[in-house]
Design a protein around this ligand. Structure first.
Ligand SMILES: CC(C)(COP(=O)(O)OP(=O)(O)OC[C@H]1O[C@@H](n2cnc3c(N)ncnc32)[C@H](O)[C@@H]1OP(=O)(O)O)[C@@H](O)C(=O)NCCC(=O)NCCS
Length: 190
C-alpha cells in the first residue's frame, strides 16, 4: 500500500481512506444534498458504497509512478466545537485519463454537517498543489448547473469559468471550469 498524506492548517488529507470510513462515506453519499449534485446516483447501503468506491482504497496499491487517481479522505487534525471528531468528513480527488495526461479532473464532497466552514476551499487548495507537484499542468472541474456552492469554491481558488457546458451521461449539464486560465492562443479541449 502506498500511503499519501498531506496536511493543511486544520485537516489531514489521506489516501487511501480507512475501511472503517465507509460508514461515514455511505452516510455522506446517501444524503440527497450531496448525491443530487453528483453523477453516481443514490448510494443506499454500506455494501453498495464499498463496491462502488473500493478504489478509494485499492488505488493506493498501485505504484505511485503508474497511478492515475488519488482520492484523499479529509480528517480534522484536532477536535473543536466545529469538528467534534477526528473522523472522515469528505474527500477531494484528482484523476487523469491516461498516465501521460497533463490534465487532471477534480472532484470533491464534504459532509453537509460541515458546509460553509471553508473545508472544501482549504483542502482543494492543498490537493491542487499536490497535483502540480505530480506534473499536472491543468485541472478541470465540472459542477452541474445550479451547483452554486461548488462554483463559488472553484472561483475562490482561481479556477476560470470557460463558459462551456457539456452534457453528463445522466443528461444533466455540467459547467466547465479550468485552472489555470488557458492562454488566449491555447486551445482547450477537455
Ligand atoms: C461544494 C461543497 C464541496 C462545498 O464545501 P464547503 O466545505 O461548504 O465549501 P467552503 O466552505 O470552502 O466554501 C463554500 C462557499 O460557497 C458559498 N455557498 C454555499 N452555498 C451557496 C449557494 N447556494 N450559492 C452561492 N454560494 C454558496 C459559501 O458561502 C462559501 O463561500 P464564502 O466562503 O465566500 O462564504 C459542498 O457543498 C458539497 O459537498 N456539495 C455536494 C457535493 C458537490 O457539490 N461536490 C462538487 C461537485 S463539482
Amino acid at each position: 500500500m502506498h500511503e499519501t498524506k498531506l496536511k493543511t492548517g486544520r485537516f489531514l488529507l489521506k489516501s487511501p481512506v480507512e475501511e472503517d470510513d465507509f460508514d461515514e462515506i455511505t452516510e455522506i453519499k446517501s444524503d440527497p444534498k450531496v448525491y443530487l449534485t453528483q453523477l453516481y446516483g443514490k448510494i443506499t447501503s454500506r455494501e453498495y458504497c464499498r463496491f462502488m468506491f473500493q478504489h478509494y482504497i485499492t488505488d493506493a496499491k498501485i505504484s505511485p509512478v503508474r497511478r492515475k487517481r488519488w482520492v484523499f479522505g479529509i480528517y480534522p487534525i484536532e477536535t473543536s466545537s466545529e469538528f467534534p471528531k477526528q473522523k472522515y468528513i469528505g474527500n477531494v480527488g484528482i484523476s487523469k485519463n491516461s498516465l501521460s495526461s497533463e490534465t487532471a479532473h477534480l472532484f470533491f464532497e464534504v459532509s453537509p454537517n460541515y458546509w460553509g466552514l471553508g473545508v472544501a476551499t482549504e483542502c482543494i487548495s492543498k490537493v491542487k498543489e499536490f497535483a502540480f507537484e505530480q506534473g499536472i499542468k491543468r485541472i478541470v472541474a465540472d459542477p452541474i448547473h445550479g451547483n452554486e456552492a461548488s462554483k463559488k469554491v472553484l472561483t475562490k481558488l482561481g479556477f476560470h469559468d470557460t463558459g462551456r457546458s457539456v452534457p453528463a451521461y445522466t443528461g444533466s449539464l455540467k459547467h466547465v471550469y479550468v485552472f489555470p486560465k488557458p492562454k488566449a492562443a491555447e486551445k482547450f479541449n477537455k
